[in-house]
Write a protein that binds this ligand. Structure first.
Ligand code: GUN
Ligand code: ZN
Length: 434
């Protein structure tokens, strides 16, 4: 290996090998650390004092001392077409969908519009330190092409898919069971595993799909076991009542997805607020994962996710923004509100756990452990440089932290896109803060 292909980054390093809620010493922390990257992959992560001797002579060492390197954040639930309607007011989920979401998504019929929004969206994620996301496009197949084209240009590991929606929506956004299935399959064949792209089958939520469409979705899920499935469940009480009216034979809202074979590994469900104990057990058993979306849940008044019950059931957890229902692209801001949601439910989320959920926890939910979300040798080199002195207030607060937990907590509670000094994807710099 020539020294030109090896790059090394000196900073404090943090990554995880286990969930700190269940395993003591689940994290690796190197106060004066070195991340060694070659050909877009992690070659080693450890103490600077140990690893510097292993570098080929003449290797460039990028000096980020005083800053913190972690794996890039992973956002497991976000809608790129809703970028332009972030922060739009409405009294709850269902009126918000009708008033803002559907008219905004209509514009993605135009591939040029889709391309412009996809470009902005990905740059904004990278500014916030998010290197992988599980992304909703719109019902239009061209919105998926625009997204993956923009993502491929940047060399990002992204999962996304075309929304399936064949009822209870405006005509201009409606597919049908047959066309939705055919379009999804064509997109799977075009994009799944092309470069770093991964496909996600995307029935919007049970109320906007007929039984016929859910049958088709279940068939595709069986035929392509390594694609993702993403949807919404148990976000809002009105939505839950509506779902049960539409599917009277289901035991619960979650049970609708179960009946059609849509609970399985690589299935990720947004929200999961109003689940009962049987639902939680079923999620754990099938290894379907939860995307917890606190900024969205507080903004839309949907409810408070129960971390304690989810952990008791052994559910796979991750954090997500749910932009445009969510009010920030930043996973730090998302941690901030997750922490408060946990407090309001009488439980406690340490900062270390929140950083786990936004990195390795999400990678596990996506079955991508060893590929992203950590610094094991051979992992893809998606990482960020966090600056504890990014703002005057952060600098003042982090000047006297007595523990790693205090430092991470300050970054989560006071940080946002300004705390991301640089973002790297597959070893390439894709954002640097001016
Ligand atoms: N449920 C169905 N569609 C949506 C959406 O676009 N956003 C959110 N937050 N919930 C939904
Ligand atoms: Zn959503």
């Amino acid at each position: 290996m020539t020294n030109a292909t090896v790059q090394a980054y000196r900073a404090s390093l943090l990554h995880f090998h286990a969930d700190p809620a269940f395993t003591p010493d689940a994290h690796h922390w190197h106060e004066d650390g070195l991340l060694v990257v070659a050909d877009g992959k992690v070659r080693a992560a450890g103490d600077y004092a140990t690893l510097r001797a292993t570098l080929p002579p003449g290797t460039a060492v990028h000096d980020h001392r005083g800053k913190l390197i972690t794996p890039g954040f992973i956002d497991t639930h976000i809608h790129y077409p809703q970028t332009d309607m972030i922060g739009s007011p409405a009294p709850g989920l269902l009126p918000w969908l009708d008033t803002y979401t559907f008219p905004t998504e209509r514009r993605f019929e135009d591939p040029a519009h889709a391309e412009r929004v996809a470009e902005f969206f990905l740059d904004e994620l990278l500014r916030c330190g998010t290197t992988t996301a599980l992304v909703y496009c719109t019902v239009h197949p061209q919105s998926v092409d625009a997204f993956f084209t923009a993502s491929e240009k940047r060399g990002l590991r992204m999962a996304a898919g075309k929304v399936l929606m064949d009822r209870h929506c405006p005509d201009f956004l409606r597919d049908c069971a047959e066309s939705g299935g055919r379009d999804s399959e064509a997109l799977i064949q075009r994009w799944h595993k092309r470069g770093r792209a991964l496909y996600a089958l995307t029935p919007r939520f049970a109320p906007t799909s007929t039984e016929a469409q859910l049958v088709v979705a279940g068939e595709l899920a069986r035929k392509y076991p390594d694609i993702y499935i993403q949807s919404h469940v148990a976000e809002n009480e009105d939505e839950c009542r509506w779902a049960l009216e539409l599917f009277p034979s289901a035991r619960s809202y979650l049970d609708v997805y179960d009946k059609y074979g849509l609970l399985r590994p690589r299935a990720v469900y947004g929200h999961c607020i109003w689940l009962d104990e049987r639902d939680r057990a079923r999620m754990a058993e099938t290894q379907a994962a939860v995307a917890v979306c606190p900024t969205s849940n507080l903004f839309l008044g949907s409810g408070l996710f129960d971390f304690e019950r989810a952990d008791q059931a052994g559910m796979l957890l991750s954090l997500a923004t749910d932009v445009g229902g969510g009010t920030s692209f930043s996973m730090l801001q998302t941690m901030n509100e997750a922490y408060k949601v946990a407090r309001l439910k009488g439980s406690y989320l340490p900062a270390l756990r929140m950083f786990y959920l936004a990195t390795l926890g999400a990678a596990r939910s996506l079955r991508l452990e060893g590929t992203i979300g950590g610094f094991a040798a051979g992992a893809e080199a998606d990482f960020i440089v966090l600056d504890p002195q990014a703002t005057p207030l952060l600098a003042r607060r982090t000047a006297h932290c007595d523990s790693l937990e205090e430092l991470l907590f300050a970054l989560a509670l006071l940080g946002d896109d300004r705390a991301i000094a640089a973002t790297y994807a597959a070893g390439r710099e894709v954002h640097r803060r001016a």
